[in-house]
Design a protein around this ligand. Sequence first.
Ligand SMILES: [Mn+2]
Length: 195
Amino acid sequence: MRKATITRRTAETDITVSVDLDGSGSYDNQTGVGFFDHMLDQLARHALIDMTVRATGDLHIDDHHTVEDTGIAIGQALAQALGDKRGIRRYGSCHLPMDDAQVRAALDLSGRPYLVWNVDLPTQKIGTFDTELVREFFQALSTHGGITLHVDRLHGINSHHIVEAAFKAVARALREAVEIDLRKADAIPSTKGAL
Ligand SMILES: [Mn+2]
């Protein structure tokens, strides 16, 4: 069963994340940050990962801790659900267009966290949401999920479109990488024999 539930409590946030890698992309994400919920919904839907997120954070300060810590918890949940990674495709990539925006994501479920983030956003805010938190989220996801993650903005004018394209691109890449490769379903996809 490639499922996991992670609960993570600090003085700043209280977060529970559940994922099912073999789901259908159903979601129920509630963090108190509207735009971020919208992005998490995209992540679940386009990765075909069932995802439930409940986050209560110190939003009276700003959204930073809630967004970052949710990234940590989702990363931990993905890593736990993947287990020894037997049978997975491991790699995934996607060029995702959304109107004016095109974002490329390429990832390796390597166990080696590394984020390359070339996504300039033309505005500091999307509604009340600080756009710099998008990088914080993916940094946390990469670090705690053990994911080598490259995200590049190839085109884009509108910040909402660029960020949404980034989440969808990562989601599609993740869908591919976590899938069981039926040609090699019993093996860990590394010549080292471990990931
Ligand atoms: Mn949207």
